[in-house]
Design a protein. Structure first.
Length: 463
């Protein structure tokens, strides 16, 4: 009997954990390579995990609702071989010791891992060169390469989960003393440092009060909040998508000095043009797709808005401009607000954009959008008009440089050639990072898009 244990793979974007939604197999079930075995929810989307082994399920290392860590045991499968592996606990301990010591994986073990895919998602490559590892390689000749003598403590942190624990708790990992081999910083070291900081920050305990002055016990669930005195309907720690949204919004507001410009646009001719296309061809691009086509064209003329500013390791800032456009769009789902993106939107016409918007919105609502669908956008458009509101100063999708907002289209009195007429009006807003450009650039982009929306035939003729 040969038991092979599959570790939860890296699901992309540096994600280190995922919530186990449900198992699709049970202990004793026969599984095949690439067969979906579980559904997990990351901060990005719902993901089906395929099995890298063929055999009989031996152990499921988790229960529904449990947070599972990347590179931790996920499922064990009896592959039916004659060679028995080390017991589960022994294998896990051996893996950790190997990781801490920074040793090279034996060639035969590496070959076996490649053959069975290891902890890599099927379809994402299974060669050892593609696998993510923190172990040191041997140079030619078989002699282990000595570790670089980096002065910073962070250089001796092997496990990314240890880094994440320190980062999430605002702990400078360079101040932590490692207790592992060669001063390696372990999870226990970070936890001890956090406990010490908490103890140092805690106020001195007050002198015991008299029985009459002792306050009432804290309210239980459903009781009153101690700060407001109001009844508590519910209270829970943010996790999953809600936590990701909260973090992204806070980062955007903290890091980006944004400004907002807006303009009311007469889209009467745009709506008429769309109706003519629908009558002639039976279907027509969505209004959002038509406007997006103009916006993408506008970004070619004002590329500063299709860029991002990111911090360098030395504290400096790097400004990157993109030649193409990955167009993100805000989509409201049952799991929260997500931003799918149309890759290479600059290569698509309005009809193709409309089709991609519809496809991505569907997979996002179903929770089936992949990491690539939900990351990598360079500019975002937000159609909040679907909520029947006129305008909004949208928060920029960090680390992008701008977001274009579209309000509802509503009939209003409008002056045309000196006469008041009823026209279809849409309020359009642009929130932009003031570090990448001045107001003139933002206004120039807005006027280009607004003029194209007002006279779409002329604009389309030049695209």
């Amino acid at each position: 009997m040969s038991i092979k244990t599959f570790l939860l793979p890296d699901l992309g974007e540096g994600l280190t954990e995922a919530e186990l939604v449900r198992w699709m197999v049970a202990a004793g079930d026969v599984v095949a390579v690439d067969q979906p075995i579980a559904e997990v929810e990351t901060a990005k989307s719902l993901v089906e995990i395929p099995c890298p082994f063929e055999g009989v399920v031996s152990t499921l290392h988790g229960d529904a609702g449990q947070m599972m860590l990347v590179d931790e045991p996920f499922i064990s499968v009896n592959t039916g071989g004659e060679e028995a592996e080390a017991p589960e606990a022994e294998r896990a301990q051996s893996y950790r010791e190997e990781e801490r010591a920074g040793t090279q994986v034996p060639a035969e073990e590496s070959a076996e891992a490649d053959e069975g895919s290891g902890n890599v998602l099927i379809g994402y490559g299974t060669s050892s060169a593609q696998r993510k590892t923190s172990r040191r390689r041997k140079p030619r000749g078989g002699v282990a390469a000595p570790a670089a003598q980096a002065p910073a403590e962070a250089a001796r942190v092997i496990n990314p989960l240890v880094r994440k624990l320190a980062r999430d708790n605002a702990l400078d990992i360079t101040t932590v003393r490692g207790s592992g081999p060669e001063g390696l910083i372990l999870r226990t070291d970070v936890e001890a440092a956090l406990s010490a900081d908490a103890a140092a920050a805690a106020p001195a305990a007050p002198a015991p009060a008299s029985a009459a002055a002792v306050p009432a016990a804290p309210a239980q669930a459903g009781g009153a909040d101690s700060k407001t005195g109001l009844p508590v309907a519910s209270s829970q720690v943010l996790s999953g998508v809600r936590k990701t949204i909260a973090t992204a919004m806070s980062t955007s507001r903290r890091e980006i000095p944004e400004a907002t410009v807006w303009v009311d646009v007469d889209v009467t001719k745009l709506l008429k043009l769309r109706s003519m296309i629908k009558e002639a061809e039976g279907q027509a691009p969505s209004v959002m797709a038509l406007i997006s086509r103009f916006a993408v064209a506008g970004l070619r003329r004002f590329p500063e808005l299709n860029s991002r500013i990111e911090a360098e390791a030395d504290g400096g800032l790097r400004h990157t401009l993109f030649e193409g456009v990955n167009l993100g769009f805000a989509a409201q789902t049952g799991r929260g607000l997500v931003v799918p993106n149309v890759r290479n939107a600059h290569k698509l016409n309005a009809k193709e954009l409309s089709a991609e918007f519809a496809r991505l919105a569907t997979v996002a609502r179903e929770g089936k959008a992949g990491v690539a669908d939900l990351s990598g956008s360079t500019f975002t458009i937000n159609n909040y008009g679907v909520f029947n509101v006129d305008g909004s100063a949208a928060i920029i999708n960090y680390p992008e440089a701008a977001i274009l907002g579209l309000g509802r289209i509503i009939e209003k009195p409008w002056v045309v050639n000196g006469k008041i007429k009823v026209r279809s009006i849409c309020e359009m807003t642009l929130s932009f990072d003031h570090r990448v450009c001045d107001g003139g650039t933002a206004a120039g982009f807005m006027r280009y898009v607004a003029d194209a929306m007002t006279d779409p035939k002329t604009a389309l003729a030049s695209l």
